[in-house]
Design a binder for this molecule. Structure first.
Ligand code: COS
Length: 384
């Protein structure tokens, strides 16, 4: 539901201040300790950030997509680990439930996700099924009044903290494709569900991923998302369409932060007797970054508005993800270049952000998957 402009502006101002005054000063220690402090998580709960995109009737803030991307522009102004903590509940870990859950399932879990009492995780990727998500092998066979899950999920964001997993598993062993996949809501702590060691990642320290292993894990029939078999892959794709716009907005936010850091440094740093900002080769890098970040911001706002208006934005979400995540990679690279040697040193924000943003081009669908989705949709449309 759309909020009035004044309420939205107040909320965005509060978040912006929280980011600048509370989160930015903690960036280095979060990277060092690999943990977001509990008091920050508590503040995020109080601000409603665990449920910004979840419906108001279940305790969320019910932001529209256009409102959500504006929030993501703000949350993007600091280490992505902070956003990641609240990202799955509102995104891929909660939206499957919002879009396709039964009323009972929504009532049971959405209020807890919205308040941040539990963390939701999206368990799609497997050791042998990354981009080719439909080839997943985790199985769920019917047994009496429930299902038994077996298989391993990989790189699952927030799995170490999760209270609820949306798990994609094959209920029809006779098909190898998308139609045999169903989604299950599996609570942490059930027998047969275990976690691997936390992955040691290139960046985004403070945000955690690990394997999720199902070994004869028994769940009741009521765990089947929407109560229907064979719909799981579509649920995953719909959640990802939405998530891709959100990640694009975060990419814009981080790019704007990197540009600010670069401009500030270029104005302070003197070489050859004057601030390096006065050299045209530095100006070219600043200008390219500014123009590209602005283009991505406009794309993201447009896709979000169209989604709110009810358009199918699968292609546009792919365009945003492709452009915005590649854009922030280039902006981060230029930011390091503008900082010179200082940008390669670990206590420099741009060094850390350079590593952090590398993930944006990979998760929720690689750049190459976005290219494939965009082109496939174009061809289908032309032929229909
Ligand atoms: N919304 C709704 N339904 C969708 C959809 C979407 N965006 N995309 C596909 N579907 C449906 C299709 O309509 C099709 O249904 P029907 O058989 O009833 O027509 C079904 O899902 C299978 O679609 P498709 O044939 O396109 O599946 P593919 O196996 O060819 O896979 C790609 C398509 C590659 C696009 C998909 O596997 C993908 O997005 N992979 C990347 C996965 C990913 O992002 N992983 C990140 C992990 S989460 S961090």
């Amino acid at each position: 539901m759309a909020h009035d402009q004044e309420t939205l502006n107040q909320f965005l101002d509060t978040v912006s201040r929280f980011v600048r005054e509370r989160l930015v000063p903690l960036e280095e220690s979060v990277a060092e300790t690999d943990a977001v402090p509990d008091d920050i998580a508590a503040e995020m709960r109080r601000m409603g950030l665990f449920g910004f995109a979840l419906p108001e009737e279940y305790g969320g803030l019910g932001l529209s997509m256009e409102e959500e991307v504006q929030l993501a522009f703000e949350l993007g102004q600091t280490s992505p680990a902070f956003r990641s903590l609240v990202g799955t509940n509102n995104g891929i870990g909660g939206q499957g439930l919002v879009m396709d859950g039964t009323e009972d399932q929504k009532k049971r879990y959405l209020p807890k996700l919205a308040s941040g009492e539990i963390i939701g995780a999206f368990a799609l990727t497997e050791p042998e099924a990354g981009s080719d998500a439909a080839s997943l092998r985790t199985s769920a066979y019917r047994d009496g009044a429930g299902y038994v899950l077996n298989g391993t999920k990989r790189f699952i964001t927030n799995a170490p903290e999760a209270g609820l997993f949306t798990v994609f598993a094959r209920t029809d062993p006779t098909t190898t494709g998308a139609n045999g996949v169903s989604a299950f809501l599996v609570e942490a702590g059930v027998r047969g569900l275990s976690l691997g060691k936390n992955d040691r990642k290139m960046g985004q320290r403070g945000a955690h991923t690990c394997d999720v292993i199902f070994d004869d894990c028994r769940v009741p029939s009521s765990a089947l998302l929407g109560g229907v078999e064979g719909q799981g892959f579509k649920t995953a794709m719909k959640a990802l369409d939405r998530g891709r716009i959100h990640i694009s907005a975060v990419s814009v936010g981080v790019a704007e932060r990197l540009i600010r850091e670069s401009l500030h440094y270029a104005l302070e740093r003197k070489q050859f007797g004057k601030p390096i900002a006065e050299f045209q080769l530095i100006q070219a890098m600043l200008a390219d970054s500014k123009a590209e970040a602005y283009a991505a911001r406009c794309m993201v706002m447009d896709a979000a508005r169209r989604r709110d208006a009810g358009e199918n934005v699968g292609t546009l979400a792919g365009c945003c993800k492709l452009f915005a995540t590649e854009m922030v990679g280039r902006v981060a690279d230029r930011a390091v270049q503008i900082h010179g040697g200082a940008g390669y040193i670990a206590d420099c924000a741009v060094e850390r952000l350079y590593r952090d943003v590398r993930l944006f081009r990979i998760y929720e669908g690689t750049t190459q998957i976005q290219q494939l989705v965009i082109a496939r949709n174009m061809i289908r449309e032309a032929q229909s």
